[in-house]
Design a protein around this ligand. Structure first.
Ligand code: GDP
Length: 204
């Protein structure tokens, strides 16, 4: 079913430094994911749009935080997502400081969605994001995307394995199967976003 609230999402601004971000008021939910995990496809599916988040890599945008506005009080944020292995130590350090600063300092950040390819979950990148998210007070959702690449049994087994890995944080960390082309999990994710962003239900 179409959720018109998330379809409102539109590009607000891109920030290379936290001081370039929109005012830290209202509520926002950030999406993180290792490069190629399927983060852009997930954001587009959740917002019922074809090209809100870029599914092709654009050099120069990789280090930016991209803010999408839902309404005056609510935003989604696309975090930089390249994997550890492909970048230099200097870039890694810069990236880590940037992300860590955002995740620690941002008061309006209510939730963090970590998008992982179901076939390669909990990479070093994912574990780092999880650790930073747990340091703050936000809720976390581990989104196991490309679930359509596995049969049902192995997909459920992958979900259970990830749930077991984060069992000690089960009060704050949830796990969800997702597929952008099959739209599996879209409504479930919208449900989490509704709660974290306190979306008035009469707007749906
Ligand atoms: P990002 O780098 O994390 O933003 O990843 P993209 O959204 O650009 O996706 C990377 C590749 O995986 C693209 O070729 C997508 O078409 C593909 N992809 C993304 N999500 C899914 C999914 O749920 N199922 C399948 N089969 N492919 C997907």
């Amino acid at each position: 079913m179409m959720n018109p609230f998330y379809q409102r999402a539109h590009f607000l601004t891109a920030a290379t430094q936290l001081h370039q971000a929109p005012a830290d008021s209202g509520r926002e939910v950030a999406f993180a994911g290792r490069s190629n995990a399927g983060k852009s496809s997930a954001i587009n599916a959740i917002c019922h749009q074809k090209a809100l988040a870029r599914t092709s890599k654009t050099p120069g945008r990789t280090q930016q935080l991209i803010f999408f506005e839902l309404d005056a009080e609510r935003r989604l944020v696309d975090l930089p997502g390249y994997g550890y292995a492909k970048v230099s130590e200097a870039v890694k350090l810069q990236w880590q400081q940037h992300l860590a600063h955002y995740l620690e300092a941002r008061r309006s950040l209510m939730g963090l969605v970590i998008v992982m390819d179901i076939r390669h979950p909990l990479t070093d990148y994912d574990r780092q994001m999880l650790a930073w998210g747990l340091k703050g007070e936000m809720s976390l959702l581990l989104l196991l995307t490309k679930a359509d690449k596995l049969k049902k049994g192995p997909a459920q087994a992958a979900r259970l394995a990830v749930e077991r890995a984060v069992a000690s944080h089960a009060d704050r960390v949830s796990v969800q199967l997702f597929s952008a082309p099959e739209r599996q999990g879209v409504e479930a994710v919208q449900g989490w976003l509704d709660r974290w962003l306190e979306v008035p239900q009469d707007q749906d």
